[in-house]
Ligand binder design. Sequence first.
Ligand code: NA7
Length: 865
Amino acid sequence: MSSEANAKPDFDVVVVGAGMAGLYMLHRLRGEGLSAVALESADDVGGTWYWNRYPGARCDIQSLDYQYTFDPELEKDWEWSEKYATQPEILRYLQHVAERYDLRRDIRFETRVEGATWDDDANVWRIKTSGKDGSGEVTGRHYVMATGCLSKPKEPEIRGADDFRGEVYVTGRWPHEGVDFTGKKVAVIGTGSSAIQSIPLIAEQAQEMTVFQRTANYSMPAGNGPVPEGKKARIAADRDAYREEARWSQAGVPVNAPEEGVMQLEEEERQRRFERAWSKGELMAAGEEFNDLLTSAESNEAWCEYIRSRIREVVDDPETAELLSPRGYHFSTKRPCLDTNYFQTFNRDHVRLVDLHAQPIAKITENGIDFGDESAEFDAIVYATGFDAMTGAIVAVDIEGRDGMTLKEKWNAGPRTYLGLTAVGFPNFFMVTGPGSPSVLSNMVISIEQHIDWITDCVAHLRDQGFERIEPTQTAEDSWGVHVNDCADITLFPKTASWYMGANVPGKPRVFLPYVGGVGTYREACDKVVEDGYLGFELSGPGKEQCNDGIVNRLQPDVTMMLQMMAEAEAPPIESLPPEVAREAMAALAEMNPPGPEVGEIQDGTFPGADGDLEYRLYRPKSEGPHAIVLYFHGGGWVLGSHDSDDPLCRDLCDRTDSLVVSANYRHAPEHRFPAAPDDAWAALQWVAANAESLGGDAGQLSVAGWSAGGNLAAGVCQRARDEGGPEIQGQLLITPVTDCDMTRASYTENAEGYVLTAGLMRWFWDHYADEDQRSDPKASPLRAESLAGLPPAAIFTCEFDPLRDEGDAYAAALANAGVPVQHVPCRGHIHTSLGAVDAILSGASLREEMAKALRGFQKALATA
Ligand code: NA7
């Protein structure tokens, strides 16, 4: 399309939608002196709350939280009548907002957007509309889709749906005049949130009601009633603090952060908390009691079973109760619900539940529904079958970007965005609560306000700085996608075929759509992007260009969380402590770690070190022996640590490899400086090899492993065994090992501070451990060995944010050069301490499995040799 360069568009911003997002967008833009129009297909404001007028439609975030927070005066002005407001009340609220801020004058109602095309010469969006005023075109410098996450109802996808001659209703497009079901035979298809809210009320009127259920849902009693006084008082006491807490919370509502997981609690306490969560009537109540519902399948299942027990209590017929009991997916991985008398409704004689797994719908006929071997007649069918969530409404409009590609084409294999706000190829285009942002996993109002504020500030900044366009870089978009997946992958969410995964719409790519890292973390990322001069964006305008390319979140999400917790604890740096105090601190830290998996047996004992007895701990698998043996050396810079500090990792390796793990201690510096540790490690190797059988192991299947300084010792014993003709070692697993005393490598500078193991701490370790002139001895710096040829196969794990990264990489490269089979695993987004943090750093779990695989591989090599 050609056009006059830099033509002045009709508006600074064209917004699609006049729901909760569109209204606030208009208000903010006006405040910044930016011209804007909102295009809305409905004849009034309200969005979701305009369309979803089915009986029983309510919010299920408390009204005191589910409201705008941008203006304290607006809050003072409005009183909610219930804990969970009904759709009519929320719609009235939004109409009140539209009036209060005189927003309607900037909204074109009954105007549908047919398509939008970016004019790359003029830097404007050309938006084609149709509607009550005929078809037309509006141009805008910026184009904002404020179309909502759940606004495009999903097609029924049931054969014969068009044949039915009776009344047809879709919950998401309910008639404004309401529906009277009195005396009617009604079918409801679907048992999601909309169905669960509407079924009890439709049943009040209907003569007969049949509910067709494909998947039972986890639903808790809403306990609706007057606005809770406690919450009201809390907000009244310090409104600003409360709202600010919401903005930085996990889900946009201030909640208590629990410290315990479900299974950590005694049965009685667990039950007490289950009951408290159940009776609270809040979606997030269980999350306030337990910290691992979204990460531990076992914990989640315990809560699910509790919910099932409550369903059984309510539903009279045991078979119906069982059918209504959700199974086969984790709580919260599909949107859970709050209800009022939902399960009780199935005790009514005129209400029937059909299990679609046992009796699938064959087709819809003129008069009713054929399912299983039955044919039933209905006067009305209600589709409560959900939405083409998060992306549906956005790609429903043909949005054509810079290179003629549509957003739909770009998202063919799943949505790709930067921050869930913008997309490469689509300059000056913004999505409110788009895929890749917290959106549906949060209190939408808080997320909407955050996005609108960000977009408005951005557009104002561009104007003030003389920029005409903004577009994210490919690096930024790609790495945001990686980060969104990293966050999802440590939760149970991706295990369930839900609409969060796009799984409810046939043919839709299976991609986890929202950002699960939390509202606060997300806000921090968005703020950082701005603070860093629009990191990851290209900005340009007449005579000027700017691009601060980069990545906003490079650490694994749980590593970030761990670092934040450590920063909050404000513990003194280890290198500032005397060794004995540092050891106590490390032991205390180890006590706080999750214990790691159960193994068959654990035995403590002593073995003869190079200069006196030393302790070891043996981990025996549950299976029958004899087992392959892994001799393990703990980390701690030759100064700290013990078989206790690395206990969870040893359990994990034992469990995953089905090998006997012997964690052998060694003397520590500064009391016993170099070469005490390598001498003890050597003694341990000989002792284990000589006593393999009596330990229950197979001497022919002996590998060594170690983390950090322990990796250094493991590498060292491999060299010595080679040089001294045995014992034979099948393989070496080196986890972020120390391999060299050279502290000038780039990783020492890049990761000098902020990632637990600091450059200063490494210096402290070396100073305690070895004299300068001893450090280049291969026993201290295995990388400096004259030759690395003939060493056992190695698996080397190095972490991106570790001062030791480069020397681990160098050792892997040097071994490979020397002809040693090497598996080198660079661990993206990890720090020195993350791999051993079993059950604490869940993003390390797949890497721990890789380690185990490597160890098993060493054994297999022998078996097939
Ligand atoms: P949901 O939560 O997507 O629920 C839709 C329901 O309809 C769900 O039980 C589906 O079963 C069922 N469904 C969908 N398609 C079919 C077909 N073809 N046959 C039978 N059953 C079907 O949408 P809602 O409107 O209830 O709630 C949406 C959100 O709005 C809610 O989470 C809140 O955030 C507000 P399935 O589970 O896919 O097996």
